[in-house]
Ligand binder design. Structure first.
Ligand SMILES: Nc1ncnc2c1ncn2[C@@H]1O[C@H](COP(=O)(O)OP(=O)(O)OP(=O)(O)O)[C@@H](O)[C@H]1O
Ligand SMILES: [Mg+2]
Length: 253
């Protein structure tokens, strides 16, 4: 049975796309079949971050009824499959997500998990996405604005009775005002793990792959694997062999 997971945040730029890619890579590491669907119709980044340049068969065309979603599945070298959006601005005024749920279920049974890289904002598009999935993972940063917007997304999920599986606290630093425990208390939601501010994450985007594939022993890669292992009830030991400079700055929960 396919499980549909929305990666949401409220605020823009918190790391939804980066975490979608790396979490999908971590699930793939645990031998799960994953399809990543780009649903950020206003600022789609998934395709450029995975090297799919201007796909003709894309999610906009699927939403507009020109193709079936099966025709828009692209393979990535990392074994993940992607349904990309085109980056063309010509689609913006033609798009909405009112039929997202209906077209999405065209891939039912084709993967163990479908991750949906969501839009930012707590608006009607996010509501359509919430209503299309089984559960939600929130990506937020340890600052007041991100947490406030994430809280609103959690409230929307509660209102539509969709379970929030947990929070990934992304871009953490040693000087954060909010600890993982603070975030759990404030949001009344489990923090699945923390991923530090790490220049290798934009670097992996630049090289069109996940940090897990490019830097498998990096602490963030291990962090994503640990989060995936907990979500999948798989055994994984977070162990850094070579304690480098950055390792002192990173905490996992
Ligand atoms: N842990 C991290 N450390 C450093 N940079 C990061 C981290 N996570 C994401 N980034 C960078 O932050 C920027 C925004 O990330 P990303 O595009 O994943 O966010 P988003 O929530 O999908 O944004 P949008 O709301 O525009 O869709 C990117 O340049 C990305 O490489
Ligand atoms: Mg994004």
């Amino acid at each position: 049975m396919t499980r549909y997971i929305l990666i949401a945040s409220g605020k823009g730029g918190t790391g939804k796309t980066s975490c979608s890619i790396n979490l999908a890579a971590a699930f793939t590491y645990f031998n799960k079949d994953v399809i990543l669907v780009d649903a950020n119709i206003y600022n789609p980044n998934l395709s450029i971050n995975l090297g799919i340049i201007n796909p003709i068969k894309n999610m906009q065309e699927v939403l507009l009824g020109k193709y079936h979603i099966l025709e828009a599945i692209h393979n990535h070298s990392s074994r993940m499959r992607i349904v990309p959006l085109s980056i063309s601005s010509s689609y913006i005024t033609k798009m909405d997500l009112s039929n997202f749920k209906r077209v999405l279920y065209g891939i039912d049974g084709l993967a163990d998990f479908v991750f949906i890289d969501g839009t930012s904002g707590n608006n009607i598009d996010t509501i359509h996405l919430i209503n299309a999935v089984n559960e939600i993972i929130i990506i937020t940063n340890p600052d007041t604005a991100s947490l406030t917007d994430a809280m609103k997304t959690i409230r929307l999920a509660n209102y539509y009775k969709k379970p929030v599986r947990g929070i990934i606290l992304n871009k953490t630093t040693p000087n954060d005002f909010y600890t993982s425990q603070d975030v759990e208390n404030l949001m009344k939601t489990e923090v699945l793990g923390s991923i530090e501010l790490n220049h290798l994450i934009p670097m992996a985007n630049h090289y069109k792959d996940s940090i897990l594939n490019l830097y498998p022993l990096d602490r963030s890669s291990l962090g994503f694997k640990k989060i995936a292992s907990d979500l999948l009830n798989e055994y994984f030991e977070f162990k850094v062999e070579n304690k480098g400079f950055f390792s002192r700055f990173v905490k996992l929960k």
